[in-house]
Design a binder for this molecule. Structure first.
Ligand SMILES: NC(=O)c1ccc[n+]([C@@H]2O[C@H](COP(=O)([O-])OP(=O)(O)OC[C@H]3O[C@@H](n4cnc5c(N)ncnc54)[C@H](OP(=O)(O)O)[C@@H]3O)[C@@H](O)[C@H]2O)c1
Length: 335
C-alpha cells in the first residue's frame, strides 16, 4: 500500500551545529510503527519544541526530524481494538516530537498507549490551546491540591507567569478561588495577567533574592514554578511552613543553589512535575478537569493561532523568552 503525502516541518543538520527548518512533503510510509495513524488538526508550540526545532540533542538525538510534542486530531487507521477510525484524540508527551515524528506534521503514527480520547466537553482546537503547557499547569495544580493546598491556605506564586505553563496556571488557580501572585519579566504584560485573574503582579527582579540568607519571611502557601534557578530557590525560601512548591522548568537555570533549612525547619514539600512520564490515569484526570470544572472561559485570550508556515517567528520568540501565552498551530486550515 502506498502512503499518503503530507506537509511537515523538517529540521535538518546543515553543517556543524547549524540546523535549518523547512516545510516539506513527507509520506506516511516514513512514519514509525504504531497502532494508530492520526490526521493532525491542531498542534501547539512549547519551549521543548523550540529546542528540538533548533537541534537540541537533549530533546532530539537524530535529524532530520519533525518536532511537535502535541497533537490533536482524528484517527484514520487503527489496529488497536480500543480505537476506531473517526475517533477524536489527543496525543502529547511520551516520545512524540522528541525522537518520534511529531505534531508539526499533518500525520503522526503512534502507539495506542500514548493516545487519549478527547473529553466530551473539549474541542480539538481547545485541547491544543492547553497542549502540553496547559496539561503541565493542570498537573501542577492537581499536585498542590493533592498535598492539601486549598484556597484558604494563602497566596500562590506562579513564576514565568506570561509563558505557556505560567499563564494557564494563573488562570486555573484564579478560577478555583486562589489568590494568585504572578511573577513576570514582562512589565508591559501586567494587564494580561490581571485579566487572567492574578491578584497581584510582581517583577522577576522582586522574585529573586540575592541576600544569601538561608530562609526568607514566609509568604507563599504554594508555588507553581516554571523557570528554576534563583527564582525557584527564592520561592522555596519564602514559602510558609508546610507549603508546597511544584517545579517543572529550567528556562532560567537548571541549578538549585539551596540548603536543607526550608525542608527541615518549615516542612516545605518540593514536587517535581514530569508530564512526559505522567501515568495515564493521572493524565486522564487532568484532561477531564481541564474539560469540565477547570475549563477556562478565557481560553482564546491565552492562545494565538498560526499555521505551520507561520511557526518560524514564534519559535524565535519562545527561545528568547518573549512569547506570551500559548501558540496554537492550525494544521488543517483548509479543511
Ligand atoms: N517538566 C515538564 O513536564 C514540563 C512540561 C512543559 C514545560 N516544561 C518546562 O517548563 C518551562 C516553561 O515552559 P513553557 O512552554 O511555558 O515556556 P514559555 O512559554 O517559553 O514560558 C517560559 C516563561 O518563563 C519566563 N522566562 C523566560 N526566560 C527566563 C529567564 N531567563 N529567567 C526567568 N524567567 C524566564 C518568561 O515568562 P515571564 O516573562 O512572564 O517571566 C517565559 O514566558 C520550560 O522550561 C519547559 O521546558 C516542563
Amino acid at each position: 500500500m502506498s502512503g499518503k503525502t503530507f506537509k511537515a516541518m523538517v529540521v535538518e543538520e546543515a553543517g556543524e551545529k547549524n540546523f535549518v527548518r523547512t516545510i516539506k512533503d513527507r509520506s506516511t510510509d516514513e512514519l514509525p510503527e504504531g497502532e494508530l495513524l492520526i490526521r493532525v488538526h491542531y498542534s501547539s508550540l512549547n519551549y521543548k519544541d523550540a529546542l528540538s526545532a533548533s537541534g537540541n540533542r537533549g530533546v532530539t538525538k537524530n535529524f532530520p526530524h519533525t518536532p511537535g510534542v502535541d497533537a490533536s486530531g482524528v484517527v484514520e487507521e487503527s489496529t488497536d481494538p480500543g480505537f476506531s477510525a473517526g475517533d477524536e484524540v489527543i496525543v502529547h508527551a511520551y516520545d512524540l516530537g522528541c525522537n518520534t515524528s511529531g505534531g508539526f506534521g499533518e500525520y503522526i503514527r503512534v502507539p495506542a498507549a500514548w493516545v487519549i480520547k478527547i473529553p466530551a466537553n473539549l474541542s480539538l482546537r481547545e485541547s491544543m490551546i492547553y497542549g502540553t503547557a496547559g496539561f503541565t499547569a493542570a498537573y501542577s495544580v492537581l499536585e498542590l491540591e493533592r498535598h492539601g493546598v486549598t484556597p484558604d491556605k494563602g497566596e500562590i506564586l506562579v513564576t514565568g507567569a506570561t509563558g505557556g505553563v505560567g499563564s494557564v496556571a494563573v488562570a486555573i488557580l484564579a478560577k478555583l478561588g486562589y489568590d494568585v501572585v504572578a511573577s513576570t519579566g514582562k512589565t508591559d504584560q501586567e494587564q494580561f495577567l490581571l485579566d487572567l485573574g492574578a491578584k497581584e503582579v510582581i517583577s522577576r527582579d522582586e522574585s529573586r533574592d540575592e541576600s544569601g540568607r538561608p530562609m526568607l519571611k514566609g509568604r507563599w502557601a504554594g508555588v507553581v514554578d516554571t523557570v528554576g534557578g534563583e527564582i525557584l530557590v527564592t520561592a522555596i525560601k519564602a514559602t510558609k511552613p508546610m507549603g508546597v512548591v511544584t517545579c517543572c522548568g529550567n528556562v532560567a537555570s537548571a541549578d538549585l543553589p539551596l540548603n536543607v533549612y526550608p525542608f527541615i525547619l518549615r516542612g516545605i514539600v518540593l514536587i517535581g512535575i514530569d508530564s512526559q512520564n505522567c501515568p495515564m490515569k493521572r493524565r486522564i484526570e487532568a484532561w477531564d478537569r481541564l474539560s469540565r470544572e477547570w475549563k477556562l472561559d478565557k481560553l482564546d485570550s491565552i492562545g494565538k493561532e498560526v499555521t505551520l508556515d507561520q511557526l518560524e517567528n514564534e519559535i524565535a520568540l519562545i527561545l528568547e523568552g518573549k512569547q506570551v501565552g500559548r501558540v496554537l498551530v492550525n494544521m488543517s486550515p483548509n479543511d
